[in-house]
Design a protein around this ligand. Structure first.
Ligand code: HPA
Length: 245
């Protein structure tokens, strides 16, 4: 079984990956964010995709999510673990916490969000009641618990358009809606994975308190330094989870 890993801000490369080859895939939806990197991580075959491109130049609203997901599918991946930086909305969340969300609220707009948009095929609707693969979530949560790596088992991911951060009032509204974390890349990535029948789950790394939650401005420098520490925790988690996938 081939596992796709999509890295976001702070995870441009996968440490510990024994690289076998790289491949630039082309799809009918255009070019993905960059070449796919194939190799072994902790003894398992994985294929890695860097969501924001090799030089981190692709902003969240310009990521070609359809090409990214389709190229992973074409490469033979059957499941995908996405790593996403998020702001913490819940007051209980701190930077560097790892959250395995179980729900999504989509506030994005104007993104290519479906493969099912042809006028020449029957209309298709998919079930998305539970947007993440429960079996992948359970594997991650149970493995983390057995290895004493603390993760927050559940949460609602608010997907925002970006690239700006949110206003404090927007975050208040998202909290009233039930969101606990906020990020800019979870949608349409999750739904496109579902349309392709790829099991998909997210490891969300809290990089900052969301807007209006800390009494100070959101600082990209703080985010980057928190992500550096957070990604070390993601790597520890991968070392335990990847072998049992
Ligand atoms: N908002 C949206 N996306 C983010 C944030 C945030 O506060 N932090 C990291 N990605």
């Amino acid at each position: 079984m081939l596992t796709g890993i999509i890295g976001g801000s702070g995870l441009a490369e996968l440490d510990g990956l024994t690289i076998t080859h790289r491949e630039v895939m082309r799809t009918q939806y255009g070019e993905p964010s960059g070449a796919l990197t194939f190799g072994q991580l902790c003894g398992r075959d994985v294929v890695f995709m860097n969501r924001h491109g090799p030089a981190h130049t692709i902003p969240p609203h310009r990521v070609n999510y359809r090409a990214n997901l389709l190229s992973l599918k074409q490469a033979g991946a059957s499941q995908v673990i996405a790593v996403n930086a998020v702001g913490g909305i819940s007051s209980t969340l701190q930077p560097v916490d790892l959250v395995i969300p179980d729900q999504i609220i989509d506030y994005t707009y104007s993104r290519e969000h479906t493969f099912f948009d042809s006028e020449h095929e029957p209309v298709r609707h998919i079930d998305f009641s539970y947007p993440f693969s429960e079996s992948l979530r359970t594997t991650i949560i149970e493995t983390a618990s057995a290895c004493k790596i603390e993760v927050i088992a559940g949460g609602t991911y608010a997907a925002t358009q970006g690239p700006r951060f949110e206003t404090a009032a927007e975050i208040d509204r998202m909290e009233r809606d039930g969101a606990t974390i906020v990020g800019m890349t979870g949608m349409p990535e999750a739904v496109l994975a579902r349309e392709l029948d790829l099991g998909y789950c997210m490891i969300a790394v809290v990089s900052n308190p969301a807007a209006g939650r800390s009494g100070s401005e959101i600082s990209v420098e703080d985010i980057m330094s928190n992500l550096h520490a957070g990604m070390a925790r993601v790597r520890d988690l991968f070392e335990e989870v990847i072998p049992v996938l």
